[in-house]
Design a protein around this ligand. Structure first.
Ligand code: NAP
Length: 531
């Protein structure tokens, strides 16, 4: 049996940071990860074309240590998966974390022992671990979703999920490839697969408003400027509502004439990246009339880029732009001008079933050698339900969350003492700069543990009923926006049988201020037990 102060599940951005901080506090702590390397989501999502859709350091990187950049240079403005993974490998070495990370080790059946105030945990290596605290840094997008399409298990060609991409090279050349799904992963993978495959059929359910990424090599002077201005840029991230390096517009789209708006949107389109959503106008995600203007601009771009009119019709999105995760791309719409690419609109031509070597839709059979599922994740809660810890009174999480996902602050779960989540449901997670959010939440957990040690406390958990006020807080932040109006994985709509609940906190910086206020008020909303 191993006895620890803290067991961390996950060795991505969040788990590695928590490990680093907690070791610095003198705690005995280890991180466990089922993957074969550090990197979390960046270890698993190695599908072709995978990139960050966010500018690189100091923005999508650890911000707590300028020294981590001393011998690492980002090469592109929107780094590839391989580049991010090599950055995280570099950080694991530089922070000397590896001796406290157990890879290829899954955590099973964590149980809270009320007598000892400790978590008792089994690992896939047959070890038993006893830890006072359990920190779940499992990532928001971990539990890959294989949709229950009839016959999917019969497919005998090569079958891959973007979120579980193999380590070995996948060869597309000369093959008939099908991709199901046109979210961020599918839209990144499709142009790369199309450029290599014999033929590609894209099975699309919901067309997307994708924006050009504007990716390009990062010039040496730009990188040097980022280092020289490190502190200023960090401070700007701290000021920015979502931890993003963008200048947020203060102007309504409805204040401008159609010609003025066209000019603004065109400028942002040429600039590329997520700027368009934040820097063009301030009400695109708040007011449907404003949203309609940018949606129509992007539909216009699709009409301009794609040559075949029938394909254009299939590609035109009609939901509220930005209320599904905004996608940015590298030549996505242009891909449909290739002779070796076909698009199936599943809304008009649905899949009947999958056979050993084809996908059969209403209109006929699509023979395939390879099928790529870019069908997303049971986001935010899937990994927790699979872990299914046992809290007070023998309660299993799957039961506690059967009708509603309840948390306090998105950090802790009622009835599950001494268990902390990083990027949990009802925290900002995917709608804030994730590495920065991981640092802030990791710091908050460290402060809480320090508070407990200084006050001789053995257990901490949410007070009765605080989860209801927190759910209201999450709902209030979302209801001020257009997010509620669209089916998306933010509200569980992508998983059959999952109950609908919007579980991303849209408060951005205000959320992190709230976390600090709760701590400053002596951990308001929590109850504790003496050790
Ligand atoms: P996703 O956004 O959930 O997209 C899944 C796609 O599969 C959607 O087009 C969905 O259609 C389709 N789909 C799901 N079930 C289906 C079914 N039964 N039949 C047909 N189509 C089906 O998943 P993702 O693309 O993996 O992205 C997930 C998240 O990961 C992103 O939103 C983003 O937060 C993150 N991500 C980030 C990056 C990055 O650059 N940083 C890259 C990739 C992913 P519907 O829309 O109709 O449900």
């Amino acid at each position: 049996m191993k006895t620890l102060d803290v067991a961390i599940i996950g060795a991505g951005f969040a788990g590695m940071y928590a490990l680093h901080r907690m070791r610095g506090m003198g705690l005995s702590v280890r991180a466990f990860d089922g993957a074969g390397g550090v990197g979390g989501t960046w270890w698993w999502n190695r599908y072709p074309g995978a990139r960050v859709d966010f500018p690189s350091a100091p923005y999508y990187a650890y911000s707590f240590s300028k020294e981590l950049n001393d011998d690492f240079v980002w090469k592109e403005t929107q780094p590839t998966q391989a580049e991010v993974l090599s950055y995280l490998d570099h950080c694991a070495d530089k922070l000397d974390l590896r001796s406290d990370i157990e890879l290829e080790t899954w955590i099973y059946d964590p149980r809270f022992d009320e007598e000892t105030q400790r978590w008792e945990i089994e690992t896939s290596r047959g070890d038993h671990i006893s830890a006072q605290f359990l920190v779940c840094a499992m990532g928001s997008l971990f539990d890959a979703n294989t949709p229950p399409i009839p016959g999917i298990e019969d497919f005998s060609g090569e079958l891959y999920h973007t979120g579980r991409w193999p380590q070995d090279e996948v060869i597309f050349a000369g093959k008939r490839v099908g991709v199901i799904g046109t979210g961020s992963s599918g839209i990144q993978a499709i142009p790369v697969i199309a450029s290599e495959a014999g033929h590609l059929t894209v099975f699309q359910r919901t067309p997307q408003y994708s924006i050009p990424a504007g990716n390009r090599p990062l010039e040496a002077e730009e990188w040097q400027a980022a280092i020289d201005e490190w502190d200023e840029r960090r401070a700007a991230m701290d000021e920015s509502p979502f931890g993003l390096p963008y200048k947020f517009s203060e102007r309504s789209a409805l204040e401008d004439t159609p010609d003025q708006r066209q000019k603004v949107y065109e400028e942002q389109w040429q600039r590329g990246g997520l700027h368009m959503l934040f820097s063009a106008y301030n009400d695109l995600l708040l007011d449907k009339r404003a949203n309609d203007t940018i949606a129509e601009f992007i539909r216009g771009k699709i009409r301009e880029i794609v040559k075949d009119p029938e394909t254009v019709e299939k590609l035109l999105p009609d939901y509220l732009l930005g209320t599904k995760r905004q996608v940015i791309d590298n030549g996505y719409f242009e891909t449909y001008n290739r002779d070796n690419v076909a698009l199936v609109d599943l809304r008009k031509d649905p899949i009947h079933r999958i056979t050993a070597d084809s996908v059969i839709t209403e209109s006929g059979e699509h023979p395939l050698d390879m099928l790529v599922l870019a069908t997303g994740f049971d986001a935010l809660t899937g990994a927790y339900l699979k872990l299914n810890p046992t809290g007070r009174g023998g309660a299993r999480l799957a039961n506690t969350w059967r009708d509603r996902f309840s948390t306090y602050l998105g950090m802790v779960i009622p009835g599950f003492p001494n268990l902390f989540m990083i990027h949990g449901p009802q925290s900002p997670s995917v709608l804030f700069n994730m590495p920065l959010g991981a640092e802030r939440e990791g710091d908050w957990i460290c402060d809480c543990i320090r508070h407990m040690r200084e006050n001789d406390l053995g257990a901490i958990e949410p007070a009765e009923g605080v989860e209801e006020a927190w759910a209201e807080n999450v709902d209030q932040a979302a209801s001020a926006t257009l997010f509620h109006n669209t089916d998306s994985w933010y509200s569980g709509a992508n998983i059959e049988g999952k109950h609908r609940q919007f579980i991303v906190h849209l408060g951005g910086q205000q959320y992190f201020q709230h976390l600090r206020d709760v701590a400053d008020a002596g951990y308001e909303g929590f109850v504790t037990e003496k050790a």
